[in-house]
Design a protein around this ligand. Structure first.
Ligand code: G3H
Ligand code: 13P
Ligand code: ZN
Length: 311
């Protein structure tokens, strides 16, 4: 099956009250771990590439790896640009075979966000590619951007209808209290999301897919694995799984996960080197890292996203 857009996936997810996992990819082992789990769970899948990942791994290498995964699994896979920041980057990914792009104008004033997003939508739609826009600003760290807590803002429900109508976006990322990275809440702070905002947006945009960024749970077993093998991330804390299940049962159709993959990979490798200080063959430590990514993704698909068997 060729790469697909997210249109059908989101329609079924919205109706079925579940979400599709959008997992960030950077290299072969990550792609293999994710896609093997999705295949065994028969789950629809979005693989997403940030501009940093594209710089790191090279567009062609990533395309070929994703094509190989699609060939091996036969699954419907959507290949998505995560946090595109310019028209030129989105165009380059569209022309290069991506089936979905995000244009993230969330840092811009409303009118400029509308203008940039519409420019991307017009080009993408002319090529059969779908577009995710964003309103509201998440806190946290992405490759080139670090948004402080003071600069983060919740999405304003009274802006969403106009934004979607004027831009023609196919899905909308919103800010309800999640954030990028492994430090989403302060130590001792009770994790909370603004489900009231999500509910209001859902009412204003019926049957429209909403996207949740910054949705890693920062799984305690991997934080513990890092900390007990020479790492130092004692205050890492993520979104409780129960909240993600709740979001998936509402209008959220796409849940973005990157940090959990990074923690699983890093924790596994740290432990491996602690247990086997004499080893130096990359396959010896990348193999178990790939296996743990696979099990992590299986867990997300089955127990958090609810999309097992929905491919
Ligand atoms: O939202 C950001 C993703 O986790 C990608 O992170 O820009 O460091 O590749 P990156
Ligand atoms: P996490 O940092 O919570 O994994 O979020 C990833 C993300 O939103 C990618 O766009
Ligand atoms: Zn994001």
């Amino acid at each position: 099956m060729p790469l697909v857009t997210s249109t059908e996936m989101f329609k079924k997810a919205y109706e079925g009250g579940y979400a599709i996992g959008a997992f960030n990819v950077n290299n072969m082992e990550i792609i293999q771990g994710i896609t093997e789990a999705a295949k065994e769970e028969n789950a629809p899948l979005i693989l997403q590439v940030s501009s940093g990942a594209r710089k790191y791994a090279n567009h062609t290498y990533l395309m070929k790896l994703v094509e190989a995964a699609e060939h091996e699994t036969g699954l419907p896979i959507c290949l998505h640009l995560d946090h595109g920041d310019t028209f030129e980057l989105c165009k380059s990914c569209i022309d290069g075979g991506f089936t979905s792009v995000m244009i993230d104008g969330s840092h811009l004033p409303f009118e400029e966000n509308v203008k940039l997003t519409k420019q991307v939508v017009d080009y993408a739609h002319s090529k059969g590619v779908v577009v995710e826009g964003e309103l509201g600003r998440l806190a946290g760290v992405e490759d080139d951007v670090n948004v402080s807590e003071e600069d983060a803002t919740y999405t304003r429900p009274d802006e969403v209808e106009e934004f979607v109508a004027r831009t023609g976006v196919d899905s909308l990322a919103i800010a309800i209290g999640t954030s990028h990275g492994a430090y989403k809440f302060k130590p001792g702070q009770k994790p909370q999301l603004r489900f009231d905002i999500l509910e209001e947006i859902g009412k204003r945009l019926p049957n429209f897919p909403i996207v949740l960024h910054g949705a890693s749970s920062v799984m305690p077993e991997y934080v513990e694995m890092i900390n007990s093998n020479g790492g130092a991330m004692p205050d890492a804390i993520g979104i409780p799984e129960e909240m993600l299940r709740q979001a998936a049962s509402m209008a959220v159709c796409k849940i973005n996960i990157d940090s959990d993959l990074r923690l699983a990979l890093t924790g596994t490798i740290r432990k491996y080197f602690n247990d086997h200080p004499e080893h130096f063959d990359p396959r010896q430590y990348l193999g178990p890292a790939r296996t743990n990514i696979k099990e992590l993704v299986r867990h997300k698909i089955r127990n958090v996203l609810g999309c097992s068997g929905k491919a």
